[in-house]
Design a binder for this molecule. Sequence first.
Ligand SMILES: [Zn+2]
Length: 388
Amino acid sequence: MLQKTIMDIYAGHKEMLALLRELVLIQSGSYNKKGLDRMARTMAGVLEETGLETRVISFEHCGDMVLARTSRAGHEPGLLLVGHMDTVFPADTSFDFYREDGDRVLGPGVLDMKGGLVVGVFALKALARAGILDDLPVTVFCNSEEEIGSLYSRKIIESLCRENRLAFVLEGGGLNSEVVVGRKGKIGLELDVQGRGGHAGNLSAEGKSSAILEAAHKIIQLEALNHPPDILVNVGLVRGGMGANCIPETALLEVDIRYKDPADETRITDRVRDICGYMTVPGTNAGFRQVSGRPPMPASLETERLYSLVEEAAQELELPLARETRGGVSDANFIAAAGLPVLDGLGPLGDCDHSEQEYILKESLPQRCALLALSMLKAFPGLKSQSV
Ligand SMILES: [Zn+2]
């Protein structure tokens, strides 16, 4: 039965591309509530067709989200599938087409991660068609603001972690057939420097309290915290002052910090606090606030066990598979921090996400779909022997 199911998946390539086209052509940047609500309705529709109990969760200040479960979900610790429906592209982007070009498919979100949503849907469909899905405790959650920090969905994801015993996240896979076994953590900071304003031509003997000058010292101190590959600090935006003839009264730095070891979070914020507490330019002062962040997803024994399971599935399907640790963050970071074994990057293979060159490899769509379906089955070994 399983063999037939896998054959069905490969035969359903056209259907997969049709759904991918439909999803890609719905503009769904993180702030585009109208588009995201449409995405939620479309996803809810296809998940419902698969036989899942599906509901749209409405939000006022972000796009609606979708929660879908098999009848066994919630009754026993099961498997959580997570994917996001938002993209980084705003409504007025010129990158608003879907194009199949040779062995590639191009379009906004085709890799990050509408392709992954298609993989998820068709893996579920395949298991449903084989009569297996109803026996599996599976929960699917699609959020609408992952690209801007999952501020609203984080709590939902964390509560779903408590009901489940493992998770797969459907972000895109790497071009060398990678799945993601680890991710760095992220801290996003804003650092304010206050000085004393005045006319640049009226400088007193005691000197001036330039916020920009103090910010310049702080930039050098912050950048000195870089310790690649474990700690990466980037002062990525600087704002301050009013004009060349004004002593700058304020300066703002936006800082992005990536780190591997969960213990580094406190070490790093302590160092930033020290930097803010010590002024080189007299008469200035500084403070910082954390504006975003995700804990790291460290490579762990549980992740390795989950990887072995997916690797076994890949071998049976004669597909290559490799491990990847990524610098970028995803909802897998929250899931790992909640203590659930999680593997990410199970979506189709591709590259150039977050750019107008974003693409996936067409043939990886059914391949990853078969891999996910078989891996899901392998996650419930007792059941596999009865049903297949
Ligand atoms: Zn993504």
